[in-house]
Design a protein around this ligand. Structure first.
Ligand code: PAF
Length: 287
């Protein structure tokens, strides 16, 4: 496994692979790697010839300076995980090279980037789009692997690729959960044991959404918010959207509804999502 930190070296490795007619798979990360990232690497390993993992904590997408300061950094362990996952190249760019003084930030238009995470963290998706666009540019034509845990981010990246006609095939990979249901996240290490117990209520709420028949979407949202707040989570949103249009679902007559939830526990933002499976339409039946 090679570790490359200069941008020219990154470009060169990927260009070289394509000259040899090899397919490049990119797994973009901010480090603090866990089994969720490992599953992205496994998908990339299975589908591509050369697997590139980027590790870069992108300051542009943080809307809270303390969140950026406290973001876990575990490079040595990350490299060991990449090596064990059979990664070919890890790129660890320097902040000054990625964002030289005076660099531009992409500004995204449209409701998708202003709702939910975008509403609570204004500018967050501009920061994500700016860095992802740069990661794609440095990597060149590739398959890119993103987790469904950040479901809205995945949709924003899909939109970015379509709008700019980028030569990237986007692969969304399922959420990886601990055995009790907690969705894996790099920020989980900042939760106390008590905070972890509270955060577990997000997956409990999603299971309720998938298993219970509610009369109205309002009732469902209320019940899920109640599960989370009674566990001690400060609830930011419980939203049910149409996966295609991203409009709020007024009733259950949508083929592909997604439940997205977010809250804060111990000062740590926690998010999760799952398919809307109710009124006899389980997620399995809809697949
Ligand atoms: O999902 C993440 O880890 C980040 O948002 C990403 C896609 C690596 C961009 O910094």
């Amino acid at each position: 496994m090679e570790v490359v930190s200069d941008l020219a070296g990154w470009r060169e490795r990927c260009d070289d692979a394509r000259h040899r007619e090899l397919c490049v798979g990119l797994v973009p990360t901010m480090g603090a790697l866990h089994a969720g990232h490992r599953s992205l690497m496994a998908a990339a390993r299975a589908q591509c010839d050369v697997v590139v993992v980027s590790i870069f904590v992108n300051p542009l997408q943080f809307t809270d300076a303390r969140d950026l300061e406290n973001y876990p950094q575990t490079l040595e362990a990350d490299l060991a995980l990449c090596e064990a996952a059979g990664v070919d190249v890890v790129v660890t760019p320097r902040r000054e090279e990625m964002w030289p003084v005076g660099h531009a930030t992409l500004t995204l238009d449209g409701e998708l980037t202003r709702m939910l995470e975008g509403r609570d963290r204004p500018g967050h998706f501009d920061g994500v789009a700016t860095v992802v666009d740069k990661l794609f540019d440095l990597t060149g034509p590739c398959c890119a692997f993103f987790g469904e845990k950040d479901f809205q981010q995945l949709a924003v990246v899909r939109q970015l690729i379509a709008a700019h006609e980028l030569p990237v095939t986007l692969v969304g990979c399922p959420i990886v959960r601990e055995s009790d249901g907690l969705a894996l996240s790099s920020r989980n290490v900042r939760l106390s044991a008590e905070g972890r117990r509270k955060a577990l209520s997000l997956s409990v709420a999603l299971r309720l959404a998938a298993s219970t028949t509610f009369d109205t979407v309002g009732e469902l949202r209320h019940a899920l918010a109640e599960v989370m707040s009674s566990a001690g989570v400060v609830v930011h949103y419980v939203s049910v959207v149409d996966e295609e249009s991203w409009s709020e679902v007024p009733d259950f007559a949508v083929p592909f509804g997604r439940v997205l939830i977010a809250g804060t526990v111990d000062g740590v933002r926690v998010i999760d999502n799952g398919p809307l499976g109710m009124k006899g339409r389980t997620s399995a039946a809809r697949n």
